[in-house]
Structures are given as C-alpha cells and as structure tokens.
Design a protein around this ligand. Structure first.
Ligand SMILES: Nc1ncnc2c1ncn2[C@@H]1O[C@H](COP(=O)(O)O)[C@@H](OP(=O)(O)O)[C@H]1O
Ligand SMILES: [Mg+2]
Length: 344
C-alpha cells in the first residue's frame, strides 16, 4: 500500500518499544480481525434495512466482533478480565436462534472452529462490570447508528492498568488512512502509553505513521467535531460554545471514536461532547481507547469541568460530565467558554 505523506505525520521505523509490545500486537491483530467481520456485514446492508429500521446487521456485527476479540484476548492473556458492551443473554434465548446462527456463520469465516456455544462463551468473557487493577475494555462496534447508515464506526479496544489507559487500538474501517483526499479507506490507530500514537493501514501490509495533534492556537480558527446524533451530544450547546470562541467553521459531524482520531492526527482541533440529558453517564468503552490516542498524539482530554476522565469507576464515567478533547493549546479557552455558556 502506498503511504501518502501529510504534514500531520512523520515516519519512524524505530517503533519497536518493548513495554506492552505484546499487548499492542494482540490488540492490533484483534481489532483488524473484527474489522474484517464488520466490513463483510456492512457491505451487505441494503437500503431496505434502513427503511425497515432493521437493526439486525449491527446486532450480528456487534456480537461477532466481540466474540472474535474476546477469543483472541482469552488466548493471549487468559487471566485478563474484559469489560465489553455486549453480553450473550438475549442471544441465548430460543427465539433468537436465527440471529445466533447468523452470528456464528460470520464468526466462522474468520474462526472456523466457532460453534454457537463457543461464540456465546467468548462474548461472555466481556462481562466484567467492576473495576480491576488490570482489565481490557471493548466497544465491538462504536457508532452503531453510523454503521447502519454506511458511515463511520469504530472498533475500540483498550487495556487499563491501575485506572490508566496503557494500550489502545481503534479500528476505523471507513476513515481514510490519512487526511489526504486520495487516501485509501481503513485505518487502525494504536497507542502505548509513553510511546506516541500511530496510524496503521487497516490491511496488514504497510508502515505505521506517527500522528500528532494540530498546532492551532487561535480558537477562532478551530475546526471542531461532534456526534452526528444530537441525542448523544447537544449540538445547540456546542454551537453556543463555538460562537463564544469566535469559531466560524461549521462542525464536522461523525459517529464513533473516529472523532478522537481526527483530533489526534490534526484533522480537527477539538471534539466537543456536550451533555444532553441530566441522567446520562458516559461509558468507559466509548472513551478509553480514544483518550490514550489523543494524549499520546500530544492532545488533552477532560470532561466539561476540566476534570480528567476517571476509568476506575466500573462501566460508567460516574465522576465525569461530557467530554472535551483538544490539541492541548486550545483547552483552557474551550473550558472557559463552556463555563461562560453555563453548561453543567
Ligand atoms: N444520551 C447519550 N449521551 C451521550 N452518549 C450516548 C447517549 N446515548 C448513547 N450514547 C453513546 O454514544 C455512543 C455513540 O457515540 P457517538 O455519537 O460519538 O457516535 C453510543 O455507543 P454505541 O454506538 O456503541 O452504542 C452510546 O454508548
Ligand atoms: Mg459505543
């Protein structure tokens, strides 16, 4: 694969750190394999699925992706618990037998030994719900709505040790490898704490590229991104914050943690996730991988009050409210604007 140069990237063949290298390699291979399953399923989604509001393709992909990743983690790190989004309870109900059959058939394309029983058992390896000193967190398909629309989605995997994200792998099958317009689609972002953030081609051949956040320091020049879905992030509130900052560029709206990736590689300067309803609490698997990738690319991640994200509270970010991601340089100004708008 041809790697297209871009000012936000630089090549580095010395990407061979030993710390966590096995975890990194396993995580990368696992999300690549799950991405192949998701791509097979997304390619077969026709307009009828959207018209009928048939969520079954994303359900099959969600379960299949989780099964494949948990299978790989179980083989490589049998003692590591996994906090993942799905569990097999609904899938095991007799009425769901046709759905389970579809999941098994998709998984078998990549893991021929799969059976209904092993698939359910792999999925249920992801049932950790409480804090552990070392655990993995997984969103098998982040951005389910984007997946169904044929837009952006991600497969997000992270290893947490003592509440800190140490390794992250984020596969974005529909995101171009680089921001260059002619770039091929499909990229995996990988970060190990202390070793920078890297963009790998989704397919196995190709050299990883180191990524960095932008150098934008004037808030008025900032490009921000936010959820496609206004139910996940208050677009009107973000617009008020943007106005206070003097931002004139319209927001880039896309699903999934691909938003973290855009900030990490300097394609966007900010990602704003403004709380919508009082009761919603963000989930660990929706942020852990993206947060390390941005931090290792030189950026900053906090909640709307400037607090670091707490990944030691179980499945929920119970101590946080909303999320603010920036290139670091803009962070203080954004938090001030949020406070000025009175977001709570
Ligand atoms: N009211 C809400 N506020 C914020 N996030 C929400 C939400 N309801 C659902 N979500 C989360 O938003 C995620 C998608 O984020 P985004 O809008 O950035 O694509 C969903 O993940 P899934 O797609 O894995 O279910 C879900 O966990
Ligand atoms: Mg998610």
């Amino acid at each position: 694969m041809r790697i297209l140069p871009h000012p936000g990237f630089f090549m580095d063949n010395a990407h061979s750190g030993k710390i966590m290298s096995r975890e990194r390699d396993v995580a990368l291979a696992a999300v690549r394999e799950a991405a192949a399953l998701c791509q097979n399923i997304q390619a077969a989604i026709g307009p009828d699925v959207l018209e009928k509001r048939d969520r079954s393709p994303v359900t099959v992909a969600d379960f299949g992706s989780q099964a494949l990743i948990c299978r790989r983690l179980a083989a490589a790190f049998p003692d590591d618990p996994i906090m993942a989004e799905e569990d097999s309870t609904a899938l095991r109900e007799p009425a769901q037998a046709p759905l389970l059959e579809r999941v098994v058939a998709e998984v078998q394309r990549l893991a021929p030994e799969a059976t209904a029983e092993t698939v359910c058992a792999w999925i249920d390896r992801g049932n950790l719900a409480t804090y552990r000193p070392r655990f993995w967190t997984l969103d098998p398909i982040d951005g389910t709505k984007g997946f169904l629309r044929g837009d952006q989605y991600a497969i997000a995997l992270a290893l947490l040790v003592e509440g800190r994200v140490r390794v992250a792998a984020l596969a974005c099958p529909n995101l171009p490898l680089t921001p260059a317009t002619e770039s091929p689609r499909g990229v995996v972002f990988v970060a190990v704490q202390g070793e920078g953030a890297w963009a790998y081609p989704l397919e196995e051949a190709g050299t990883p590229l180191r990524i960095q956040v932008s150098a934008t320091s004037d808030p008025a020049q900032a490009q921000f991104c936010e959820s496609f879905e206004s139910a996940h992030s208050a677009h009107d509130v973000a617009a008020e914050v943007a106005q206070r900052l003097g931002i004139t560029k319209p927001p880039r709206r896309l699903d999934s943690q691909a938003k973290y990736a855009l900030v990490a590689r300097g394609e966007a300067d900010l990602y704003l996730r403004m709380p919508t309803r009082p009761g919603y609490v963000e989930k660990v698997w929706d942020h852990a991988a993206g947060a390390l990738i941005v931090a290792e690319a030189g950026g900053r991640v906090t909640d709307i009050h400037g607090r670091p994200l707490r990944f030691d509270q179980g499945t929920a970010l119970a101590e946080n409210r909303g999320v603010v991601v920036s290139n670091g340089l803009l962070h203080a100004a954004v938090l001030e604007a949020i406070a000025g708008v009175g977001v709570t």
